[in-house]
Design a protein around this ligand. Structure first.
Ligand SMILES: [Fe+2]
Length: 149
């Protein structure tokens, strides 16, 4: 899938939610939960829905692969960081609502932390330029604390 097609395709999927099944709203109390929706037969990308229960948060991370995401249901918070000498430095916070597309990370330079600060369940839709066998360990490049505010 060429990069320039990602935005329109994601937008279409967010506005036509026929693919969303009840199980995609079921989260894991221990951590945010990925549901694999589609695996590219050519191993170039994977599409997943992620379910975020109230209070769940990702680690601060960059990406080993290109990625893009948008919001299906709920209100998702994204803290964005820049990097200085290998350390993440907070830059801003964005709040996304259903239908919103987040900033894409096509050049693998984005650093962020995504969280559910609301009282409801959130479902987000993600495309990752990764093969399915690397889905668990091949996407996130995790930073350790402490952060520089
Ligand atoms: Fe991410």
């Amino acid at each position: 899938m060429p990069y320039e097609d990602i935005g329109p395709v994601l937008g279409l999927a967010l506005s036509n939610k026929g693919w969303l099944r009840p199980e995609h709203r079921v989260g894991d109390p221990n951590r945010y939960m990925r549901h694999v929706l589609y695996v590219d037969p050519g191993n170039q990308f994977v599409i997943t829905a992620i379910t975020w229960l109230p209070g769940q948060v990702s680690p601060v991370h960059g990406h080993h692969v290109w990625c893009a995401f948008g919001i299906v249901e709920g209100e998702l918070t994204e803290e964005q960081f820049s990097e200085s000498h290998g350390k993440p430095i907070y830059s801003k916070t964005a709040v996304y609502r259903p239908g919103d597309l987040a900033e894409r990370d096509l050049d693998r330079k984005a650093i962020h932390r995504v969280s559910n600060r609301s009282r409801g369940t959130i479902v987000s839709l993600h495309l990752y330029g990764v093969s399915a066998d690397r889905l668990t360990t091949g996407i996130n490049r995790i930073y350790s604390w402490p952060l520089i505010a």
